[in-house]
Design a protein around this ligand. Sequence first.
Ligand code: FAD
Length: 461
Amino acid sequence: MKHIAIIGGGPGGYVAAIRAAQLGAQVSLIEKAKLGGTCLNVGCIPTKALLHSAEVLSEAKNSAKIGLIIPEVGYDWKKVQKNKEKISTRLSGGVNGLLKTNGVTIIAGSAQFINDTTLLITDAAGQTKELRPDKIIIASGSVPALPPIPGINHPNCLDSTAALSLDHVPESLLIIGGGVIGVEMASVYNQFGTKVTIIEMQPGILPLMDGELADMLRKKLIRDGIDILTDTQVLSIATAGDQMKLQVKTDAVTRDIIGAKVLVAIGRKAELSTLALENTTIKTDKKGIIVNAKMQTNVNHIFAIGDCLGKTMLAHVASQQGEVAAENAMDHPAIYDEKTNPSCVYTSPEFAGVGLTQEAIRGHEKDYSIGRFPLAANGKSLIMGDTEGMVKIISDKKYKEIVGVHILGPRATDLIAEGALALRLESTVEEIISTIHAHPTVGEAIKEAALATENRAIHWN
Ligand code: FAD
């Protein structure tokens, strides 16, 4: 029986472990902290739990608009935090159960390489043991990256992990970075009443998403009360009494902004520091471990997946890569294809996209059709009181193949699955148009946007 050792029990590692066990491997999963990794413990799940509480609060505050009388709307932050922790703990326990029922051996400890074939595992008590598996899958994840700004090490400068577990809602929060984590945390705290300012170096927020929809979201967040400073660089961080002071520069103008806490959300870097890769011949680049489409490193029996590659840092990418690595390790050929990878932002409204953006087709616009359908013309969005946003489909003119789907609006992060499937199946707009979409749903807007690529939307001119 083939023995596969997996380093890290996040969504990359635990999925790889289950898939390898399904294929008949003897699997050892080594985890130094908590099963579920960043995603379940300090990432996707806790942020979305806080966002859900924040959204329900906001809906309750606005309930009079739909004829409801809720006499007292408020929150108990301790209970909000407890709810978040309960969900993470339950999911992490679920992963533990899944691994056990699949016969995976879970080893609590930190793994490091002695050489290309041998791992040294050290547990919390300092006990060590060696493993010599047939194959190794590295899934060691990532850690927050800190920019070299003077003053960044002050205790009131938080990373996302600390910002998820504050013991109180701060009066004001200065967020460095307008990427996904920065924007989601801004939404959480803004809805709980914090005065939030986002400082972003680029001309817009969410620079990797479709620019037109990112700009619509930026305007909505500003209307909701969030200050967003774009084209703005943070030069230094200092204290001002019991407050934090950021010196920022927009164009050539320098000024100070003040807030109770600072959240540093400029991104994450591959976590390779505990692996002792210097004892191996595994190749890395500036970002992380280098792999081919089979998720295999330059050392044939060693694979690497997820955030430790330093590329697309998303839980669903790590899991997909985990399945691919496990299958290849068990001699079932599989390839990772990132064409169908959706990007999601869980703000209000939600924002999701898959495939080519309008920026990606710049200079080749004549070869593509763009269909837009505003949610103001969608019945279900109107019922939900959530008409901000649109569905935008980009198709190629020659074959009418769908190459990009972008959605800003309610349930966008669920609806994007249709876009990902359309790209996976190389669907044409006609195939979406001839698929019956239930009424009334937000999903009808996807069919309408497909119709709009042909200039024949039914419910919008
Ligand atoms: P991780 O989840 O980081 O897991 C790696 C594991 O390896 C850790 O448990 C670590 O303890 C362990 N480990 C490391 N080194 C060793 C060692 N030497 N020995 C033993 N164990 C080791 N992604 C999404 O798709 N959707 C979201 O909504 C989303 N929201 C996010 C919100 C925040 C605030 C953050 C920070 C991230 C978010 N992400 C989201 C990103 C997502 O969490 C990561 O992409 C995902 O967890 C990566 O999975 P992974 O398995 O590669 O690594």
